[in-house]
Design a protein around this ligand. Structure first.
Ligand SMILES: [Zn+2]
Length: 402
């Protein structure tokens, strides 16, 4: 991500990564992709709350949280917290203006970080933090949560990340129903990528709402996970949904032919970035490397009458008979995404299924077998118990992981 100029090498201090333009644009694309996934059912509203929040308002809801930064700002009404969470502000907004639609708060969250930081996995300044708040009726809560689960799953698919959802009881004081989405690291170890709650009655009461409160959240960790999974010898390989330039156009001179072609692609919904180079082979290679480092999925090279396309992951170059039409490029990008998805899906099944973390248990064995159960697969997958053979369902084993 540093080589792709998403983030700066180093940080402003422990747990405060510094984002650069390309990373900011990718974060915007991440949010847009999620918005489109939610758009299947709703018209979500995107907001960014102020960075300072009256401390009293926050503590009315989360009184026992010690991981917040407090400061006194007379202009902002005295004691404030540096926004550690968006839920109370979002519920406030929904109560004031009404609305059946989900509210999506985007921005940064600040939390006291004990111990070491792990950029984008464990930070003090968590950015981008995307948090959905949705007020729903009691009888619709579980059905609406399921729609949110499908939207988050769809987001993972667009990012070419494998994902499953588990229901867990371990955060019962927080969520009446708690779902966690689980993906994996390149070595197959599971990692949590999003949290989905129907908030417990205690929080619903404190938030002063009669509705059920659905809270869904994920962070820039998703971008980091994309970067961990999808790279080749030349650097980051972006899924097409995140790529600012989906196709790099490598030309020796800015000719009218190239410009017209680029305009046609834009018209056809393909994002093209042209890169000019001197004709010498080393200059072309350098220009190509620059595009590759930025994560560009496909590169079309024009050299006199010769045309080539470079596909990635691993890098392969092939001759082209003619400059491709937008439709052909959409097909190429879909094949590119499929390649990414296949490779990460293999790691996921190796890390979870083949490693014996995903097994079937009946209720009795789950309670008495002494295993740590991380959660139950959602939607429930009925299977005979792997220990005793009685009717059971799929569970993800393991202690706590993040
Ligand atoms: Zn059993």
């Amino acid at each position: 991500m540093e080589a792709a100029q998403f983030v700066m090498p180093g940080s402003y201090g422990r747990g405060i990564p510094v984002w650069q333009d390309a990373g900011l644009r990718a974060a915007r694309r991440l949010v847009s992709a999620f918005e489109s996934a939610l758009g299947q059912w709703w018209t979500p509203r995107i907001v960014e709350h102020p960075f300072l929040m009256p401390a009293a308002e926050y503590k009315e809801v989360f009184d026992n949280y010690t991981n917040v930064y407090e400061t006194t700002v007379p202009e902002a009404g005295g004691s404030c917290v540096l926004t550690p969470d968006n839920m109370s502000a979002s519920v406030g907004l929904l109560r004031k203006h009404g609305g059946e639609e989900p509210l999506v708060a985007v921005g940064g969250l600040l939390r006291v970080l004990p111990g070491g930081a792990q950029p984008l996995f464990r930070d003090r300044h968590i950015w981008p933090a995307v948090q959905v708040t949705h007020l729903v009726s009691e009888q619709n809560a579980v059905a609406e949560l399921e729609r949110h689960r499908l939207a988050v799953t769809r987001l993972h698919e667009m990012l070419c990340l494998p994902v499953m959802t588990v229901r867990t009881g371990s955060l019962a004081s927080y969520g009446r129903t708690t779902y966690l989405t689980v993906s994996c690291l390149p070595d197959g170890r599971p990692t949590v990528t999003a949290t989905l709650y129907v908030m417990s009655g205690r929080y619903r009461d404190r938030l002063l709402t009669d509705s059920e409160v659905i809270d869904v959240g994920f962070t820039g960790k998703l971008l980091a996970l994309v970067a961990l999974h999808h790279r080749d010898a030349f650097g980051l390989v972006l899924p097409s949904v995140l790529a600012d330039a989906q196709v790099g156009l490598l030309v020796e001179e800015a000719g009218r032919r190239g410009q017209q072609w680029q305009a046609d692609q834009t018209q056809g919904g393909v994002r093209v970035r042209a890169m000019q180079s001197a004709p010498q082979p080393y200059a072309r290679r350098r220009a190509e490397r620059r595009l590759l480092r930025q994560g560009v999925p496909l590169i079309v090279g024009v050299r006199g009458d010769a045309l080539r396309m470079a596909r990635r992951y691993p890098l392969r170059r092939a001759d082209l008979p003619a400059l491709p039409e937008p439709q052909a490029l959409h097909g190429e990008l879909a094949a590119h995404d499929d390649r990414l998805r296949r490779i990460s899906a293999d790691r996921f099944s190796a890390g979870l299924k083949e490693a014996g973390r995903l097994v079937a248990r009946c209720d009795r064995c789950a309670e008495t077998n002494g295993e740590e159960i991380f959660g139950w697969t959602v939607p429930e997958a009925g299977e005979p118990c792997g220990v005793c053979g009685a009717p059971g369902s799929e569970v993800l084993l393991g202690g706590r992981f993040y």
